[in-house]
Design a protein. Structure first.
Length: 149
């Protein structure tokens, strides 16, 4: 009994030391991928894309919540808030796909004949898992090809 308890104590000290010296880093927002504007009808359009997150750790990390606003051509076309649970493997990326449908007339006015439309995505993401409760910013500015041109 004492021998088993001693081995268990040594094991717990080893695990505690590992986590003390190798503190897990939070997941990072890497950017946006596959962003494109799609025609749905003559009156409606849809913006589709992926938010890309990266796990810089050697072990799995949890991601479980996103909340962000999307502005296209200076107009807010939508807000996404989602709670989910996913484990991202160590040193790998995770793509969170989104799509927002909006009235074309709200964003693509007569003077919007540009080849590229400005897109801004801002918000936050994180996890609220026990011992891994963190939040980090999502911030992306870029352009998307205007398929109505």
């Amino acid at each position: 009994m004492k021998k088993t308890l001693g081995i268990l104590l040594i094991f717990l000290v080893f695990i505690a030391g590992y986590f003390y010296f190798n503190k897990p880093q939070p997941i990072q927002f890497k950017g946006v991928a596959d962003l494109h504007l799609a025609r749905v009808t003559d009156e409606a359009s849809e913006l589709r894309g992926d938010l890309v997150f990266h796990n810089p750790n050697k072990m799995r990390s949890q991601l479980g919540k996103v909340s962000f606003d999307v502005l296209l051509n200076g107009v807010t076309i939508g807000k996404i808030s989602d709670n989910f649970a996913t484990a991202i493997k160590g040193d790998e990326d995770f793509h969170y796909s989104f799509q927002l449908r909006f009235p074309k007339a709200d964003v693509l006015k007569d003077d919007s004949a540009k080849a590229d439309l400005p897109v801004r995505i801002t918000g936050s993401a994180g996890s609220d898992v026990l011992f891994a409760n963190y939040t980090f910013a999502i911030d992306h500015s870029g352009t998307v090809n205007n398929s109505y041109r």
